[in-house]
Design a protein around this ligand. Sequence first.
Ligand code: MSP
Length: 535
Amino acid sequence: MTLNPVDQPTFAITTPLYYVNGLPHIGSAYTTIAADVVARFYRLMGHPVLMITGTDEHGQKIQRTAEERGMSPQSHCDEVAAGFERLWELLNIDCDRFIRTTAPRHNVIVNEFFQRVWEQGDIYQGQQQGWYCVSCEEFKEERDLLSDQRCPIHTNKSVEWRDESNYFFKLSKYQEQLDQLYADRPDFIQPESRRNEVLSFVKRGLQDFSISRINLDWGFPVPTDSGHTLYVWFDALLGYITALQDPDEDPSLEQAVARWWPINIHLIGKDILRFHAVYWPAMLMSAGLPVPGRVYGHGFLTKDGQKMGKSQGNTLDPVELVKKYGADAVRYYFVREIEFGKDGDFNETRFINVLNADLANDLGNLLNRTLKMAARYCGDRVPEIDPQTISADNPLRAIGVSLTKTVAEAYTHLAFSQACTAILALVQASNKFVDDQAPWSLFKQGKQAETEAVLYAVLESVRQAAYLLSPIIPGISNQIYAQLGLTADFNDKAIGQGLNYAEQATWGYLPPGQPLGVASPVFQRLEPLEPVASS
Ligand code: MSP
């Protein structure tokens, strides 16, 4: 791993562009938190990073929602898109680009891209017949439908029969190239279970898919035939390209892909895997563009064991959750508790327990009590210990030294929960170390050097933990650094240029003799929920 920021390769990551049929729910927040964590980790390492999120605003679903609300589609989209931006701010999500697919500059990119594919001879007119799910904005295969022609994903919605003239994209032409892509780059689709799903889908033989609709106004017209409107997915995927350009630049496909392309990771939910792992690379191949680095399909969130959905009336409002518990708490719970890639559950009691155990007790109390001892026994300074003189088999040093690599690997493989477990293991070992070594008693016995050695090891472990957790809980990490007397702003996008990753990620950085800051709890213990009265 190169550690000089100047030499670092660029890193671009996207979330899906969210439909604006309703305000964001916790599912959209989940993906965006994860993307923000990865982006922050790469920034910490000094990479130039571009994190993209945004909204997908065209298509029948949005048009119908706007109609139901008695609003014009554009004003409806403006209102909902603003809600997404507000939520990202509340969650301390620092994206670099927020792309809206109704932006006029996006139309320019879409037209140019369409033209390239058209010139390849990959678009033709045909008749589309089939079952369409407006909520998925996707044709469904009859064999996949539930009883009463219901969509397997939107189980309370019936699909609609369509028989109309559409333009088609020649996906079938790319069968071999796609097979080759999956064979050459086994990590293109992750995790493995999702890769297998895609491989078995592709093995059944690819069929061309329609990329236009008639009887739909809300979308970009097909550049070669204004009687047709472009299919929302064709337009939406290209949002990833439009987003690469600075909004003030003149839009141009060539310019847009000049930097940051190909995207390193598309982070998505498992339901939209086919679009990203099959349709999208084929469209890019047709347009003569390299395909992205990785497509990662994470799992779904459930609430109290039940599938979360508006119709079930159990959606979780992320705004309320952040207002109640704060951004760091929400960010931490979702990445710590749910193994990324698998489905995971939200349960408020569990939420409170996890946060109290990890952030209030293990991390917060450790810092607090160690700072107080350092104030009393070491003149409110970091003990004057040369970390190199601490024995290699000191349990904290031993964990801290190997932690850097473990955590970097976990973050780069999006194994957030593993990153947290590894970091918390150091924190837990530090609490045990304090209890075992009893620095108060060492001090009483006049063993100043031993007292200082214990406190240095613990304070340094808290620092390393705060640094490595900073992509997840930047607010708490900032507080910990300040209380250790260090200057850092983990919300600064240039953090990787300001702090040297190699130095900071490694155990033993804390400067001996440095004055400490004021101790105060970094995470307030949460009150347990009132038991629900049984009727
Ligand atoms: N607009 C398309 C994406 C276009 S990308 C070019 C779309 N939007 S969506 O708003 O319906 O879904 C966005 C993402 O949210 C999807 O990845 C979906 O998997 C995710 N989630 C929706 N509900 C979810 C949960 N309950 N849990 C976790 N993620 C879920 O699809």
